[in-house]
Design a protein around this ligand. Structure first.
Ligand code: GLA
Length: 390
C-alpha cells in the first residue's frame, strides 16, 4: 500500500471512530389484515431486503440525516429541534420520531451524529420501508447512546414514534415483523398480549410481491378512518359485552346481536372473519396441513378486504384475481394497509419469473403501467451490524 493511501485510511478511521451500523428488513403482511390495532393475531414475514444505517458521532449537538433514496432531501438540525418535516424531507419524520421517543425515555445519543441510510427496499410498495427506517434508526441510536435496547422495547419505541410523531395510528405488525424476523419462518404476533413467536413456512413454497404502482400513502389515506370505524364497532359491541377489550375478541354471533350501522358491521365482520382465518392458518401450519388448503385462506382474506373492509382498489383486485387463477398460486391477497400498494402471492416453486412477467403484462394492458414483481425469502430480523473497514 502506498504511504498516502495508508495515511488516508488512518485519517478516515480516526474521523469515523465510534461509528455504528444496523440493518432492518422490510416486511410482508402474510395474513391478518387490519388486525393488529384490533388486538388480533397476525402473521408477517421479514424479507431479504431492507434499510442499512451507518452513524458517526459528531462533536456538538448538531445532526445530519441523509438517505440515498432522497439524495436532495438532507435534514441538518440540532438535538433539541423536533419540528416536523414536510415536502421532500418528510421521510426524516420517522427518524425524528424515534429520536424524540428515545430522548423522552433517556435512551438517545447525548451528542450530535451524522446518519446515512442505504436501501434495497422499494419505497411505498407496501413493504413497510417506514418501519424498517424506524428500527434501523433506533438500533444505531441505542449504540451511540451506549444503551441496550431489547427487541420488545425496539418494537414499542418505533411504534410510538409512528403513532405520536408521524401520526399514523398503526398497530405493531410492521415493527414486530421487522424485529422478530427469522429465515424461512413467519412471525406470529399476538397483538393484544404483545407475544411473538415464529412458525416455519412449508418447504417448496415462495413469496412473490406485485407492486401495483398505485401509491398508498397511509398517513393521508383512509387508514385512520378504518381505525376509527373499528373503534366504533368495539364501542357498540361493548354495550352487550362490556368485558371485551378489543374487536378481535368478538365473533359473528355477538356481531349479529349488536346494533350497528351497516358500514360499521362490514368492517367488524372483516376483522372477526380475518381473525378466524389467521387462527386456521396458524393451526394448519402447526399440523403441517396441505398448503393448498391453507392458501385459500389468503384469497378469502383478499375478497373480504375488497367487499367488507373496502381497502382494496381495482388494480389490487385485478392482480389478486389473475394470480389466484393460476395453479401454481396457493393464495393471493393485498398486503399491508391497502388503498394501493402491493399484492402478495404465496406460490409453489413451479411459479417462475416468466409467469410473473405474464401477469404483469396483462395488468399493463389494462391499467397502462407495469407492476414491479419481486420474489422474497423470509429472512432474519433487525440487527446491529459490524461497521465496515475503510
Ligand atoms: C399498515 C400498518 C400496520 C397494519 C397494516 C394492516 O401496514 O402500518 O400496522 O395495520 O397496515 O394490517
Amino acid at each position: 500500500m502506498k504511504k498516502d493511501e495508508q495515511e488516508a485510511r488512518k485519517a478516515y478511521l480516526r474521523e469515523t471512530e465510534g461509528s455504528v451500523a444496523s440493518f432492518a428488513p422490510g416486511r410482508i403482511e402474510f395474513l391478518g389484515n387490519h388486525l393488529d390495532y384490533n388486538g388480533g393475531l397476525v402473521l408477517g414475514a421479514a424479507i431479504d431486503a431492507g434499510i442499512y444505517a451507518l452513524a458517526t458521532p459528531r462533536k456538538g449537538d448538531g445532526f445530519r440525516l441523509f438517505s440515498e433514496s432522497f439524495e436532495d432531501a438532507v435534514v441538518e438540525t440540532g438535538l433539541d429541534d423536533f419540528s416536523r418535516q414536510d415536502g421532500k424531507t418528510s421521510w426524516a419524520n420517522y427518524c425524528l420520531g424515534v429520536l424524540k421517543v428515545m430522548q423522552d425515555e433517556g435512551m438517545a445519543p447525548q451528542t450530535g451524529f451524522s446518519l446515512t441510510f442505504t436501501t434495497d427496499l422499494p419505497v411505498s410498495a407496501g413493504l413497510s420501508s417506514s418501519a424498517a427506517l424506524e428500527l434501523a434508526t433506533a438500533l444505531v441510536f441505542s449504540q451511540l447512546a451506549g444503551q441496550e435496547l431489547s427487541r420488545k422495547d425496539l418494537v414499542r419505541v418505533c411504534r410510538k414514534a409512528e403513532n405520536e410523531f408521524v401520526g399514523l395510528p398503526c398497530g405493531i405488525l410492521d415493527q414486530a415483523t421487522s424485529a422478530y424476523g427469522r429465515k424461512d419462518h413467519l412471525v406470529s404476533i399476538d397483538c393484544e398480549k404483545e407475544d411473538f413467536t415464529t412458525l416455519p413456512l412449508p418447504p417448496r413454497t415462495m413469496i412473490w410481491v406485485f407492486d401495483s404502482g398505485i401509491k398508498h400513502d397511509l398517513v393521508d389515506s383512509q387508514y385512520a378512518t378504518r381505525n376509527q370505524e373499528c373503534k366504533e364497532a368495539l364501542r357498540l359491541i361493548r354495550e352487550l359485552k362490556p368485558s371485551f377489550s378489543c374487536l378481535a375478541q368478538a365473533d359473528e354471533n355477538v356481531l349479529e346481536k349488536a346494533k350497528m350501522p351497516n358500514r360499521i358491521r362490514k368492517r367488524a365482520l372483516h376483522v372477526v372473519r380475518e381473525q378466524e382465518r389467521v387462527r386456521l392458518f396458524h393451526e394448519g401450519l402447526e399440523k403441517k396441513a396441505n398448503p393448498r388448503e391453507l392458501g385459500r385462506l389468503l384469497t378469502d382474506s383478499h375478497n373480504s378486504s375488497s367487499e367488507l373492509f373496502e381497502n382494496s382498489c381495482p388494480e389490487l383486485d385485478a392482480l389478486a384475481q389473475s394470480l389466484a387463477e393460476r395453479d401454481e398460486v396457493l393464495g393471493a391477497r393485498l398486503t399491508g394497509g391497502g388503498f394501493g400498494g402491493a399484492v402478495l402471492a404465496w406460490t409453489t416453486t413451479e411459479f417462475k419469473q416468466t409467469d410473473a412477467d405474464g401477469i404483469a403484462r396483462s395488468y399493463e394492458k389494462r391499467f397502462g403501467h407495469c407492476p414491479q414483481t419481486h420474489c422474497f425469502s423470509p429472512s432474519k430480523g433487525a440487527s446491529i451490524e459490524e461497521r465496515g473497514q475503510a
